[in-house]
Ligand binder design. Structure first.
Ligand SMILES: [Fe+2]
Length: 275
């Protein structure tokens, strides 16, 4: 499987970077399509309205997978259109619900790395065919290894973005879906001599943990949320949102989550799951 991720982007800011993570939009084949009763185009638009109110201009948006809910090409076109309201480049990577058929996806967004003088961002594809859970194939581990080498050589801090988390977040039903070969991932990441932050989607909930000097973050979906600390699938009534990150030249990471507060998106709370 060839990765859709390629190319290197130079960010035009040598000071503190402001990044916005937008994840798990689950846009359906038709505009206005719903996931557990939530119109995912509408909730994405509400989140992007909130992003537009974020102080300052973001240097980039990171779209961390499950852009489409069912892999429809129209979903990627509508994501590009929706992001057009924000004047910043957006970098996309695939999740388990995405279909990376080259004919369907606008490849200009699927970049591998982005840099400024102090930070290297590497995007990884943790998708595996016909599976919900994550895995890094050899080419993705190679890309990570090269990014760690480059960050070490250039004295840069490293931000790794991928759809599936590598660490458990505390939900028994979701945690087995994290990267199956997370030990190989961790071995690479631990070679990094500067600061490392890892951002993921997939779990539709906020988490923030530091394990062995590495910061692991997950982020609410732009549509439905999963309740934290659950044994079985459970939807939460929290609002959709996004994560912001401020990455300083010295490697400090400030981050937080913002949620839509002026709209309600009634979700089917009694759902037993979805595929
Ligand atoms: Fe996912």
């Amino acid at each position: 499987m060839n990765s859709a991720l390629r190319g290197d982007y130079t960010l035009n800011n040598s000071d503190t970077l402001t990044l916005i993570q937008v994840t798990d939009a689950h846009l359906m084949s038709e505009k206005g399509g719903r996931l557990l009763n939530v119109d995912t185009d509408d909730s994405l638009a509400a989140v992007l309205d909130l992003v537009m109110d974020h102080p300052g201009t973001p240097d980039a948006l990171l779209i961390t997978g499950d852009i489409a809910g069912d892999g429809a090409s129209a979903a990627y076109e509508r994501m590009a259109l929706a992001l057009g309201v924000i004047h910043a480049p957006s970098f996309w990577l695939p999740g388990n619900h995405d279909d990376c058929d080259a004919s369907k996806i606008d490849h200009e967004h699927f970049i591998r790395t982005a840099t400024n003088p102090h930070w290297l961002i590497v995007m990884l594809d943790s998708q595996q065919p016909d599976a919900v859970g994550g895995h890094l194939v050899a080419t993705e581990l190679d890309a990570l290894s090269q990014a760690v080498d480059r960050a070490n050589q250039e004295g840069k801090h490293l931000l790794i973005a991928l759809h599936h988390p590598s660490q458990p977040v505390g939900c028994d039903w979701l945690d087995p879906q994290r990267i199956a070969n997370s030990a190989a991932f961790e071995l690479e990441v631990q070679r990094c001599r500067q600061q490392v932050v890892v951002i993921s989607g997939h779990v539709h909930q906020e988490s923030d943990q530091v394990i062995g000097d590495i910061r692991y973050l997950t982020t609410p979906s732009t549509c439905i949320q999963f309740a934290p600390n659950q044994v079985n699938f459970k939807v939460d009534d929290q609002a959709p949102g996004y994560r912001w990150l401020r990455l300083s030249p010295s490697g400090e990471v400030e981050t937080g989550v913002e949620r839509v507060i002026d709209r309600e998106f009634p979700v089917d709370l009694n759902s037993g799951g979805y595929l």
